[in-house]
Design a protein around this ligand. Structure first.
Ligand code: PMP
Length: 449
């Protein structure tokens, strides 16, 4: 990679972004009352000197306030995997909020049992409870796991991401031991007091850590998706299940992103048998929603425990969780939008996307790789594809990533700002995918000079 050329091209794309998006640039410059000038600090991750401001979004399309249209492969980093504002979800939300009223009444609606039954049909776990974010679903699942096992620690994979869960911000350090994830903001305590860590795809390390006998639960994605996509090697997930069972540790599958694998996520696609399952983002079709599921046996054991305050301030639950609006949105999304048919179409599009990226990489013989998990595809600046989170973390190249993201955005394509991730929604078309293939190839040609 000619770094000087890359820097020149990045500067050119930055200039072009400023020229194309003067209103976004001004809005950002004027946002003096926002911490970091954005409504949530992550929005500063946008490639370039300022984020593009949202005007409208529908299906796989987004427009910005400067009047540009984009094919959206970011889809709110999965929150809009059902497409932006699907009509049936909009109708369900309108009906619940405006026609019937009662978005937040602290009373159940009949939709909730429908959603619970559907989640059981898809993922297998027998009992469900709702949250508004995947982070909270994970927090509450962790508390339940600790309560039921009486053990203090949680184990996660190095460079996994499970939301802003204190216990999960741990990586394998250079000496092979657990260490705080770099950049962790205001940790409440040394993370090694609450957590253990193992590399994804490393059963020996997992066994060593579980052998301490103090791990309540392994919290994991069946494939890592937040440090590129790192797929499980043959036998790894079976090994995780066997080891967790042998050591009396519960297994929590976080399907928030791996839901892209199919209607029942990786859990259904690969016949996995977690004790708990967490999910968020996409299942509300754009309305905040999350959920955790647990086996009937685990649910009964928890409900029988008189010492656990599950109906007030015991640390599990939230005022707005399971509200009627969020539940109505989940029902509409699962019943009508993220259906088996939709996943089949999205997966085909994702295969097409993957083939386009591979052709670009091959044409320039780049040492990059591309991985796919159902409707989600991601390329990484490493070949062969990394097999652990730490390997994948070592392959980041922020300058190159910024260039590609900005190059694509300046030509009407949005990727997830956090990495080179592209997600298909039910409204994505072959033409959308082909546009990416074409622009990606042009970016690589520009880089090659
Ligand atoms: N789990 C996984 C696997 C995620 O990717 C994320 C967010 N990227 C979360 C949990 C947390 O989701 P949220 O920020 O919506 O709470």
């Amino acid at each position: 990679m000619d770094r000087a050329r890359l820097q020149d091209l990045l500067a050119r794309e930055m200039e072009q972004a400023a020229h194309r998006c003067p209103r976004s640039k001004d809005a950002y410059a004027q946002a003096d009352h926002l911490f970091g000038r954005v409504p949530m600090t992550w929005m500063n991750k946008a490639a370039g000197a300022f984020p593009r401001y949202l005007a409208t979004a529908r299906g796989a399309r987004v427009t910005d306030i400067d009047g540009h249209e984009y094919v959206d492969f970011c889809l709110g980093d999965t929150g809009a995997m059902a497409g932006h504002s699907p009509a049936v979800v909009a109708d369900a939300v309108q009906r619940r909020f405006a026609d019937l009223g009662g978005a937040t009444a602290m009373l159940p609606t009949e939709d909730a049992e429908w959603v619970g039954a559907e989640l059981t049909r898809r993922f297998g776990l027998a009992r469900w409870s709702f949250s508004l974010t995947a982070t909270d679903a994970n927090r509450w699942a962790i508390r339940l796991a600790r309560a039921v096992t009486g053990r203090p620690k949680i184990l996660v994979n190095s460079y996994s991401y499970h939301g802003t869960v204190d216990e999960s911000l741990i990586v394998v350090g250079p000496d092979g031991r657990g260490a705080a994830r770099p950049g962790n903001v205001g940790a409440p305590c040394d993370v090694t007091l609450t957590s253990r860590v193992a590399e994804f795809n490393d059963l020996e390390q997992l066994e060593r850590e579980l052998a301490h006998g103090d791990v309540a639960a392994v919290l994991m994605e069946p494939a890592l998706t937040n440090i590129g996509i790192v797929l499980p090697e043959p036998g790894y997930l079976e090994g995780v299940r066997a080891l967790t069972r042998r050591h009396g540790t519960l297994l929590i599958n976080d399907e928030t992103h791996t839901f892209s694998a199919g209607p029942g996520g990786c859990t259904a696609a690969w016949d996995l048998e977690p004790d708990l399952l967490t999910i968020g983002k996409a299942i509300g079709g754009g309305i905040p929603a999350g959920a955790y599921g647990l086996s009937a046996e685990l649910a009964d054991r928890l409900l029988d425990r008189a010492d656990l305050d599950l109906v007030d301030m015991g640390g599990v639950g939230g005022t707005l969780a399971g509200n009627a609006l969020s539940v109505a949105a989940m029902r509409a999304t699962l019943e009508h939008v993220l259906t088996e048919d939709a996943f089949a179409r999205m997966t085909k599009l994702s295969e097409r996307f993957e083939a386009g990226v591979r052709a670009g990489i091959d044409a320039h013989a780049l040492p990059w790789s591309v991985s796919r998990l159902g409707a989600r595809t991601e390329y990484r600046f490493a070949s062969p594809a990394p097999r652990t989170g730490t390997e994948s973390a070592a392959a980041t190249d922020p300058e190159l990533e910024d260039f590609l993201h900005l190059y694509l955005a300046n030509r009407g394509i949005l990727l997830t700002p956090f990495h080179n991730m592209a997600l298909m929604c039910p409204d994505t078309t072959d033409q959308d995918v082909d546009l990416h293939t074409e622009v990606f190839a042009a970016a690589l040609a520009d880089l090659a000079g």
